[in-house]
Write a protein that binds this ligand. Structure first.
Ligand SMILES: *Cc1c(COP(=O)(O)O)cnc(C)c1O
Length: 429
């Protein structure tokens, strides 16, 4: 498989864009490769600039739950686009998408749309601080909430991959109010609440941490977090930018029966266009400008194209869609697990419905970031290359997860499993 044209473009791109990319993990640095330049994408299949086709398990890192270029989504965006690309004024699409969010997130009375998940998480924190009048926030080692100064501490994959504990350019003062706890350790959280009594505005967590592997938390841990927050007048913020709308229940919170105070969303609700959102009950949301004093704004927020793509995407997420996503995930697990076993489990498959992760090592999958083996990247780089050369696009990082979409079918999964078997036989394990 030649990727000659991709290589030429990447060489050129490096003269104009930092590392040739606009988001670090796209650089293929941690899999010791060179990025593949896409030309076109349809359903589960992407075509690169050399004409190679790949079954795509990245799906734009999560937003494309119906696959690439879904005809209905494209048609809906086009129809709206013909009437204007941005209004800078209210329009019907915002109301309709907000209603759809509220249908699946029962604790949300009001929504504010942004243009990225980063903005949603950042604004949720500001709102929590404004609402409680407190400064401290508590986050978890290995959870990623976008590239926000105060939250870029012990974050997810991009940073783990590059071995940056925390980015330069962030003033000490900015993170002096950021407390960090390991995941799955309620005693550590309890200790922090005791050390900072009446000081913690918000506990921020990906209830399904999916940016540093897939670190499935025990429901009990999340339930205890909920109780600690309630007892201490602290707002619980679920960052569901990845997990929101991945599950029939709408949210991971709904999936495990735990209700946060504020939810941050992104990815799927924008259907492949730039979007973010956060929402809470009326009492909290009315602290936000123009009703209240907490300021947050955006020129392109509630953009009509993004609202249309979001509406289109959510409208197709019915029971049948979730049943399909889950059954594709189940098929993947059925086929992949015996193959991994045959090779002595160089990886373990962690799978929750349509999300999966090749967890490095043959131990039980970790629940905490610091339990991921430190040499995770090396073996994965070989696996990634082996799969790519056979026409299967996995995330270019050992710490990133795989995404199934409703456009994946049994054939894609079966072929992927055969390719995996071949790729593993080529590897020195
Ligand atoms: C992707 C992601 C973000 C950031 O969203 P962007 O749209 O990339 O800014 C925040 N939190 C979580 C959990 C994410 O997965």
């Amino acid at each position: 498989m030649s990727r000659h044209n991709s290589t030429i473009l990447h060489t050129e791109a490096q003269d104009h864009l930092v590392g040739g990319v606009n988001s670090p993990v796209r650089a293929f640095k941690s899999v010791h490769g060179s990025p593949v330049y896409f030309q076109q994408a349809n359903g589960a299949i992407v075509t690169d600039v050399d004409g190679n086709e790949y079954v795509d398990f990245v799906q734009s890192w999560g937003p494309l739950i119906h696959g690439h270029s879904h005809p209905k989504i494209i048609a809906d965006i086009s129809e709206v686009m013909s009437r204007g690309t941005s209004f800078g004024a209210p329009h019907l699409g915002e109301i309709e998408l907000a209603r759809m969010v509220k249908e699946r997130f029962s604790h949300v009375d009001m929504v504010r749309f942004t243009s990225s998940g980063t903005e949603a998480a950042m604004s949720a924190v500001r709102l929590a601080r404004g609402y409680t009048g407190r400064d401290h926030i508590l986050k978890f080692d290995g959870c990623y909430h976008g590239h926000i100064d105060a939250l870029l501490v012990n974050s997810g994959s991009g940073l783990a991959t590059f071995g940056i504990a925390s980015s330069p350019g962030i003033p000490k003062d900015t993170i002096s109010t950021t407390l960090v706890s390991p995941l799955d350790d309620i005693d550590a959280v309890r200790y922090l609440f005791k050390e900072y009594p009446q000081k913690i505005a918000a506990v921020l967590i990906e209830p399904l941490p999916a940016n540093n592997g897939l670190l499935i938390q025990r429901d009990e841990f999340l339930r205890e977090l909920r109780e600690l927050c309630t007892d201490n007048g602290t707002l619980l913020v679920f960052d569901e930018v990845i997990s929101g709308f991945r599950f029939r229940e709408g949210s991971y919170g709904g999936f495990c029966g735990i209700t946060p105070d504020i939810t941050a969303l992104g990815k799927i609700i924008g259907g492949g266009l730039p979007v973010g959102a956060y929402g809470a009950c009326k009492e909290v949301m009315q602290h936000l400008s123009p009703l209240g004093p907490v300021y947050q704004a955006g020129t392109l927020s509630g953009n009509p194209l993004a609202m249309a793509a979001g509406k289109s995407t959510l409208s197709m997420l019915d029971d049948a869609a979730y049943a399909r996503l889950d059954s594709m995930g189940e098929r993947l697990e059925q086929l992949v697990c015996p193959i991994l076993e045959k090779f002595g489990n160089p990886f373990r498959l962690v799978r929750l419905e349509s999300l999966f992760w090749f967890s490095p090592g043959n131990e039980d999958p970790p629940r905490r970031a610091d339990m991921i083996p430190s040499d995770a990247g090396e073996k994965y780089a070989d696996l990634h290359k082996g799969m790519l050369d056979r026409g299967f696009m996995l995330a270019p990082s050992a710490y990133e997860i795989g995404f199934l979409s409703t456009s994946h079918d049994e054939g894609h999964i079966e072929n992927m499993a055969s390719a995996l078997e071949e790729a593993l036989s080529d590897m020195v394990l």
